[in-house]
Write a protein of this length. Structure first.
Length: 237
C-alpha cells in the first residue's frame, strides 16, 4: 500500500488558518520531478537534462538487480530508471537538493527508491566534511575547489561514509556524479564492487583524471567515453 499526494500552497504572509488563497495542485502524470527554478527555460524547451543519456543507460539495468544513483541531485536518473530495476538507492548529501529528491519520489508514488542524505567517499573521508556550493541549482557542489575562478556561493557541512558501510549486494548498475570525488567513492566501495561482481559504472570526469582511470583499470574495468558527451564515461568488465 502507498499514499498518493497532492500539493497545497498557502501565502506566506497570512495566518495558517487563512484559506481564501489556497491553491491545490493535483498532478495527473505518474512521474513528477521537482527541479530548480533557475533552469526553467531549459526544462520548458528541452525536458530533462541528459534525457537521451538516461534512456541509453536503461540497457545496463536489470529488474532483478539494484541501481545505485550516487550524486542523485533531484532524482532524474533514479525516477527514470526505477521501473527497470529491483530497487534504487539514491545518495544526495546537499540538504535542499535531497529534499527535492524526496519530494519527487513521493509525488511520483515510487516505492522502490530509498533516498539517503549522505555523501559517499573513502575511509579517510568518513565523518563530516565541508561541501562547497557553487550554483543555485544544486549542481556542481564539491568537496574540492581547485579552480580559483570558481565562485563558492555557500558552504554546508555534510556527512560522509563509505559505500561499503551500507553492505549492499546484488548491484547491477551504478551512476556516479560526485564532482571530483569519484576516486574516493571507489576506494570506499571495493568490497561492494567485488560482492556484486564489478557492475557497470557510468561516471563523470571533467578533466583528464589519470589516477581515477588507472584505479578502475587495475580493477579490470574497461573505460569507454560516451559518444557525444565530453565528460561522461562508462566503466565495464
Amino acid at each position: 500500500m502507498s499514499c498518493k499526494y497532492f500539493i497545497l500552497t498557502k501565502p506566506n504572509n497570512k495566518d495558517i488558518s487563512y484559506n481564501n488563497e489556497n491553491q491545490i495542485v493535483f498532478l495527473n502524470n505518474s512521474k513528477t520531478y521537482i527541479l530548480p527554478q533557475v533552469n526553467i527555460e531549459y526544462y520548458m524547451k528541452h525536458g530533462l537534462f541528459e534525457s537521451s543519456l538516461i534512456d541509453w543507460t536503461k540497457q545496463f539495468c536489470n529488474k532483478e538487480k539494484i541501481f545505485l544513483d550516487i550524486g542523485a541531485h533531484s532524482g532524474t536518473y533514479s525516477i527514470c530508471l526505477a521501473d527497470s530495476c529491483k530497487h534504487v538507492y539514491s545518495f544526495e548529501p546537499q540538504k535542499m537538493t535531497y529534499y527535492s529528491l524526496c519530494g519527487s519520489v513521493a509525488l511520483s508514488n515510487i516505492n522502490n527508491i530509498t533516498c539517503i542524505n549522505i555523501g559517499l567517499g573513502s575511509p579517510e573521508q568518513i565523518g563530516t566534511q565541508t561541501l562547497n556550493i557553487v550554483s543555485s541549482d544544486g549542481g556542481g557542489s564539491s568537496l574540492f575547489v581547485n579552480n580559483t575562478n570558481t565562485n563558492v556561493l555557500a558552504t554546508e557541512i555534510i556527512k560522509i561514509n563509505t559505500l561499503d558501510s551500507f553492505n549492499l549486494e546484488n548491484i547491477g548498475f551504478i551512476k556516479m556524479d560526485v564532482e571530483e570525488n569519484e576516486l574516493f567513492v571507489l576506494k570506499g566501495a571495493l568490497n561492494t564492487l567485488k560482492q556484486s561482481n564489478y557492475p557497470t559504472i557510468l561516471f563523470e570526469s571533467n578533466y583528464s583524471n589519470e589516477e581515477l582511470f588507472s584505479f578502475l583499470k587495475n580493477l579490470n574495468y574497461k573505460i569507454i567515453q560516451i559518444s557525444g558527451c565530453s565528460n561522461m564515461f562508462l566503466a565495464t568488465m
